[in-house]
Design a protein around this ligand. Structure first.
Ligand SMILES: [Zn+2]
Length: 146
């Protein structure tokens, strides 16, 4: 089955959810498999927790699962303490589950971003900054228990 319209697919072929566009540098940094697999096409990131696909190509010809990557993917295990949440400064989900500690982690990340020390495009499987994810977790950690 030849691909006819490159870049046409933006929904995950497995779960059908809209993907998030990622640049080629992220794909090259994240793949554990030989980069002969890399092609000059659009790549997308699948955020769906239960979906085994992490990246798919816009021409529908390729999918990559977590086992094909060098890093575990936050979005696929956001409920597990040992999952990385910040790939630049080394924080895990477990580091942001207590409100006080979560605030400290947030401050360290923000300071690092200001200092130009982060490298989200190359280190985070989603291809951009983890701060949004951290803020959600911090909010969750500080929410009153019902
Ligand atoms: Zn998916």
């Amino acid at each position: 089955m030849a691909s006819i319209m490159p870049g046409n697919l933006s929904r995950c072929p497995q779960c059908g959810e809209a993907g998030k566009s990622v640049n080629g540098a992220t794909i090259k940094c994240m793949l554990r498999v030989p980069l002969t697999a890399y092609r000059e096409v659009d790549y997308w990131f699948c955020r769906t927790a239960q979906c085994p696909v992490v990246y798919f190509s816009g021409d529908g010809a390729q999918t990559f699962a977590e086992a094909d990557l060098r890093e575990p993917v936050f979005q696929k295990h956001a409920d597990q303490a040992e999952t990385p949440i910040c790939y630049c400064f080394g924080f895990l989900v477990g580091d942001v589950q207590q409100p006080e500690q979560a605030d400290r982690v947030l401050a360290v990340i923000q300071e690092g971003v200001r200092a130009g020390q982060c490298a989200c495009d190359w280190r985070n499987p989603q291809g951009d900054c983890c701060l949004g994810n951290v803020r959600v977790m911090v909010k969750r950690a500080s929410a009153p228990v019902r």
